[in-house]
Design a protein around this ligand. Structure first.
Ligand code: OAD
Length: 239
């Protein structure tokens, strides 16, 4: 029934915000952050320590080796019907903004354009010397850490690490989209990590209907209008 209600809400809407988290990629074989029962360990080290701003300063090579391990796992993952449906929605709604917390690049691969990546993208490097961004699609990389093709400096992964702020311009654009949205669809996120999780709350405060797609209720709570319990790859094509 909730799916019928959601369809009715979407039918009349023009301005849509789609906000995704790790769950949208779960059916592509990408593990979620909080579904694995405990924190991840790689080569005996805590993954959160390896993915920290501090570690970029102290051992950039090790950070890249850890990211190369993750990139290697992601290289064989493709977009699933949820990513594909979201990409098609760009033609269905006159003003649709896609905001993701994922760094896996699967929305891109499914054909979505202008994705607002709050936490960066694992397939991109950012030069520590000149700030240039560069696509780094090959894995394994020919050298680690990779060198910047603009200035020869060293790249770091263009991903938001623990202890860092979100990219300000991206978050600003996401907030503006939340403020003008008539409907906000929240897909596959526990909505526990702030400030990203603020976006549905901003949308709700500005009068948007909030639709959630998740096998289990997330942390959104109060402002939620319609909860569709199910997997993103099943539910989104039906919407
Ligand atoms: P979480 O791992 O916290 O949450 C994943 C959500 O996906 C849970 O609510 C699951 O119930 C749901 N889920 C699982 N399978 C699903 C499916 N097939 N369809 C739909 N939903 C499904 O991941 P995020 O909320 O994305 O930050 O985590 C947010 C941030 O926490 C990440 O971006 C990361 C981490 O710290 C950074 O790396 C900066």
């Amino acid at each position: 029934m909730s799916i019928e209600r959601a369809k009715a809400v979407l039918d009349g809407a023009r301005r849509i915000l789609v906000f995704t988290g790790a769950g949208v990629s779960a059916e592509s074989g990408v593990p979620t952050f909080r579904g694995g029962g405990g924190s991840a360990v790689w080569r005996g080290m805590d993954a959160t320590e390896l993915s920290s701003a501090r570690m970029v300063g102290s051992d950039l090579k090790l950070v890249w080796e850890w990211f190369e391990y993750r990139r290697g796992l992601l290289a064989s993952c493709g977009p699933n019907p949820a990513h594909q449906t979201i990409a098609e929605w760009a033609d269905r709604f006159s003003d649709m903004t896609l905001v993701t917390q994922n760094v896996d690049g699967l929305h891109d691969k499914a054909g979505s354009r202008d994705v607002l990546e709050l936490h960066g993208n694992i397939w991109r490097g950012r030069c520590l010397a000149c700030g240039a961004l560069e696509r780094l699609d090959d894995t394994p990389l020919p050298e680690v850490p990779p060198s910047c093709s603009t200035c020869g400096g060293k790249h770091r992964p263009d991903v938001v690490l623990f202890g860092e702020f979100l990219p300000e311009d991206v978050f600003k654009r996401a907030t503006a989209a939340a403020e003008r949205a008539e409907v906000c669809i929240v897909v596959g996120t526990s909505a526990l990590v702030f400030p990203a999780a603020e976006l549905p709350l901003v949308a709700a405060r500005n009068g948007a209907s909030i639709i959630e797609v998740n096998p289990e209720p997330s942390g959104i709570g109060g402002p939620l209008s319609i909860m569709i319990e199910g997997r993103a790859g099943d539910v989104l094509p039906r919407l």
